[in-house]
Design a protein around this ligand. Structure first.
Ligand code: ZN
Length: 648
């Protein structure tokens, strides 16, 4: 299907002849206009803005192939403008685009200005992105480079998908009469395997597709019971990169889905880190893979990344907008505008309605909201978290006490979210003199995610943005020591023994956050028998994990049966006597606590007609639902997995 005649006419009537329009095409959700005079379009940005408003579409301007300069010339133009800041340059010939990765983030205004300048003088649409920061402690950036290389290698796949998608999104509506329904495929009356299916008579959209880890095999969303063909899916939308929201995504591609998956740019990088890590963990544990690395690459190849607050057509009758969710880097609240404003759904995903060190609190104002789908992880009556500054003070206090005793501190963290928050907190305490200058060892996947945080300051809180743009790195300092895990088990034992056996003080941050595997177990086994050391929990410990067991044992002053715990380290199972004390410091959560959930319902504008509660244990959801119904007088529904609710 070629571009609709009225769209082509609108383009030609708004853009003057001097722009020299040569072609107009659909490309996924966007309208692409090729011009032979890019300088004119850059100088007169007002024409493109008028056009976007008239058509209510994303507009992309590209240089016509005939006027694009040679690659060497383009490179020298870029280098003359950016100098040493250029880290890598990739040409996407099929798109006529050049991607420039920087070795340091620049302010947004500056970036846009240089992009326009390169485009005007070379005819190549230019996209400048922050790259791996060079001025920080040397951290591994292999995953970041792989994401870029895969994007380059799968250019043709993306081009093909976007052409097909353009036709699909801009098809004429078959039915004018609207019915809308939402089905919970997972993550309802439970935490884990989040997945929602939203259907109108015209289109089908899947939001999140996670896994639920259990002690035996991971549980998946019940897609196969929803009666939907993969071919019918118009779009997949991802709120954020945590395994309970993304863990099953590659399965869609394994079984033949070839459509788009919408997410933010940082979510794309974090998704790759988490999914490849998951494959490696399964392999190490001798469990069969759920999917292959190729399926993970397919997720990247079909990703379409969006900025916050950028409206995008994802189906003929559905527009999607992401808003800041304050939960982790790139995490989003999803707004769906259905049937030309007939019905509007806001899905919070996981969200934090409170300021944290890294993120501003979640967005609460929308043009319209009929249904609010809200997470309820901490919706229980007793789920009250202390204020963030109290938790931070307590963390610094327990670290100081342990150091004074000559002990070392072990902090289990997940790769994304808490790890960065805790690192920023400890580094600030050191620079403000609240803690002495002590080595901070970081092991495992946390290393890969630190640079990703530095690459996207615009997704962090205003104050963090400022610090990073001023050349600061809040996550690492001169005291940070990255540990690249030794491959051979004997070497690994030696590596950990050297750190723990040393006389010097140390803080060690490493996954898994619930001690359910990962590099932390090597450190734990070495440290557990020394009562001078300290284990600090800063996140939720789920039932059935070693972390929960330790927490239960130490809080009740009980000793493990036989006085020993079995721990699976790099060299196999080993028994340790637990002498190391542990501290649990709540309040660092990236989720809203009960008060914040209730405040969100009170503050969200406009008032939703209905609230649907998901992502919580049944008891907590029930308690929250009763309060919302009785105190806030709002109709609340709490579906189980695989229930379908008709919205219109
Ligand atoms: Zn999450």
């Amino acid at each position: 299907m070629s571009i609709k005649e009225d769209v082509r006419k609108a383009v030609l009537s708004v853009l003057p002849q001097e722009a020299k329009v040569t072609r107009v095409e659909y490309e996924g959700p966007s309208i692409v206009i090729f011009v032979a005079n890019p300088l004119f379009v850059v100088k007169h940005g007002e024409y493109v803005r008028t056009l976007a408003k008239t058509l209510k579409k994303r507009i992309i301007i590209r240089g016509d192939e005939s006027i694009r300069r040679g690659e060497e010339e383009v490179k020298s133009v870029i280098k003359s403008l950016l100098g040493d800041l250029v880290d890598q340059i990739y040409f996407f010939k099929l798109f006529g685009e050049v991607y420039v990765y920087l070795s340091k983030p620049l302010p947004e205004v500056e970036v846009r200005r240089i992009e326009r300048e390169v485009f005007a003088s070379t005819g190549w649409r230019t996209l400048i992105e922050a790259g791996v920061p060079k001025y920080s402690v040397k951290l591994s950036a292999s995953h970041i480079k792989e994401v870029r290389e895969f994007a380059h290698a799968t250019e043709a796949t993306k081009k093909e998908m976007l052409s097909m998608l353009g036709m699909r999104i801009h098809r004429d509506l078959a039915l004018k009469d609207f019915k809308i329904a939402v089905t919970t495929l997972g993550g309802a009356q439970e935490v884990g395997r989040s997945a929602l299916l939203l259907r109108t008579q015209e289109s089908t959209v899947l939001i999140d597709f996670g896994i639920k880890p259990t002690s035996t095999e991971d549980e998946l969303p019940l897609f196969h019971l929803a009666g939907v063909d993969l071919d019918e899916l118009d779009a997949v939308v991802v709120t954020h990169a945590h395994m309970d929201h993304i863990g099953s995504l590659p399965l869609l591609y394994k079984y033949g889905y070839r459509g788009p998956v919408y997410m933010t740019e940082p979510t794309k990088y974090l998704t790759y880190v988490l999914l490849t890590d998951y494959l490696q963990i399964r392999e190490r544990e001798g469990r069969p893979p759920l999917y292959s690395i190729q399926d993970v690459v397919d997720v990247l190849a079909h990703s379409i990344t969006l900025e916050y607050e950028e409206v995008t057509d994802i189906a003929p009758d559905i527009k999607l907008t992401f808003y800041n969710a304050g939960h982790e880097l790139g995490s989003s609240i999803v707004h769906l505008h259905i049937g030309n404003g007939l019905y509007n759904v806001v899905y919070t995903g996981d969200f934090k309605y409170g300021q944290t060190r890294l993120f501003d609190r979640a967005h609460n104002r929308f043009k319209r909201v009929e249904l609010l789908i809200m997470e309820s992880t901490y919706g229980g009556r007793d789920d009250v978290q202390p204020p963030r500054h109290e938790s931070e003070q307590k963390l610094i206090e327990v670290i100081r006490r342990t150091l004074n005793k000559g002990g070392k501190i072990l902090i289990p963290v997940f790769s994304t979210g808490r790890a960065q928050e805790i690192l920023a907190c400890i580094n600030d305490a050191i620079s403000e003199g609240g803690l002495p200058k002590i080595p901070i060892f970081i092991d495992g996947m946390v290393l890969q995610t630190l640079n990703i945080h530095m690459m996207f300051p615009s997704f962090l809180s205003k104050s963090m943005q400022e610090r990073i743009l001023n050349g600061e790195n809040p996550f690492v300092s001169d005291h940070t020591i990255p540990i690249e895990r030794a491959k051979r088990p004997e070497e690994r034992v030696e590596q950990v023994a050297q750190i723990i056996g040393s006389e010097k003080p140390a803080i060690i941050l490493t996954p898994h956050g619930m001690l359910n595997g990962g590099p932390i177990l090597d450190y734990f086994a070495h440290m557990a028998e020394d009562s001078k050391n300290l284990l600090v929990f800063v996140s939720y410990q789920a039932e059935g994990t070693l972390g929960r067991r330790i927490l239960d044992l130490t809080s009740q002053c009980r000793r493990p049966p036989g006085g020993e715990l079995t721990v699976r380290t790099s060299i196999g199972e080993t028994k340790v006597k637990l002498e190391m004390p542990c501290e649990h410091i709540p309040g660092f959560s990236g989720h809203s606590d009960r008060a914040q959930l209730l405040n969100y319902v009170k503050d969200v504008e406009p008032k939703p007609q209905k609230i649907m509660l998901v992502h919580g244990e049944p008891g907590k959801i029930l308690s929250l639902a009763i309060t919302l119904e009785l105190k806030h007088k709002v109709t609340t529904i709490s579906p189980k997995v695989l229930e379908t609710i008709r919205l219109v």
